[in-house]
Design a protein around this ligand. Structure first.
Ligand code: AMP
Length: 218
């Protein structure tokens, strides 16, 4: 049965970084709704144009657009054994839609690691984040300065700050998270799949804590 892992946590909690590392470890695709939206934005697709204003304000893209995009992505062959979901679901309606999609695909959410980080730490992490335009790797002005491209693709001059990582927008994204996404903690707790992990530790220690809550590999 395909296994789906949903990464939960506020913006800046480290979901993207950790999801990429877990995906490698368990050999499942890493599906980041934010990355798919950014790709659409860059390629100026119809979806990208519809999502742009919401993203730049730090608001959520409407559920119908987001759900359709993820349903399409999960129906592709590389997700036949499951996937690591990062940034989706982000509202109770999206979580319910995901349950419906997975039922059709014959799979289920097996674990929801919830990476918990104090709010002051989130603001400092997000407002210092820098991203490479070429390869998508993330760095941090203070905590993880650019040294070399992990994929051997680019140089430091491709680094930029995401529009939605500017301080005013960061505060709004955290507010949006608390209002819309935080209720999913209880949703998955009720289903018995939530696993809280301390995200306020070194990156490798967070990864080790996450691996400890994943289903055992055969
Ligand atoms: P992220 O990279 O996950 O922080 O996402 C960047 C932006 O994309 C968010 O601030 C939203 O505008 C949009 N987005 C990503 N995932 C979702 C989602 N599941 N529902 C609605 N909007 C989303």
């Amino acid at each position: 049965m395909p296994d789906y892992i949903v990464m939960l946590g506020a913006p800046g909690a480290g979901k993207g970084t950790q999801a990429a590392r877990i995906a490698e470890k368990v050999a499942l695709p890493h599906i980041s709704s934010g990355d798919i939206f950014r790709e659409n934005l860059k390629n100026e697709t119809v979806l990208g144009k519809k999502a742009a204003d919401y993203m730049n304000r730090g608001e959520l893209v409407p559920d119908d657009l987001t759900i359709e995009m993820i349903a399409d992505r999960l129906s592709r062959p590389d997700c036949a054994n499951g996937a690591i979901l990062d940034g989706f679901p982000r509202t109770p309606a999206q979580a319910e839609a995901l349950d419906g999609m997975l039922q059709k695909l014959g799979g289920e959410v097996v674990v929801v690691p919830y990476i918990k980080v104090p709010e002051e730490e989130l603001i400092s992490r997000l407002s210092g984040r820098i991203v490479c335009k070429e390869c998508g790797a993330t760095f941090h002005k203070k905590f993880k300065p650019f040294e070399s491209c992990p994929y051997g693709k680019c140089e430091g001059e491709y680094l930029y700050q995401r529009e939605d990582d500017k301080v005013e927008t960061v505060t709004n994204r955290i507010k949006v998270y608390l209002e819309n996404t935080a209720p999913l903690i209880a949703y998955y707790q009720d289903k018995g799949v939530l696993q809280e992990v301390d995200g306020d530790q070194a990156i490798d220690d967070v990864l080790a804590s996450l691996i400890a809550v994943l289903p055992q590999q055969e």
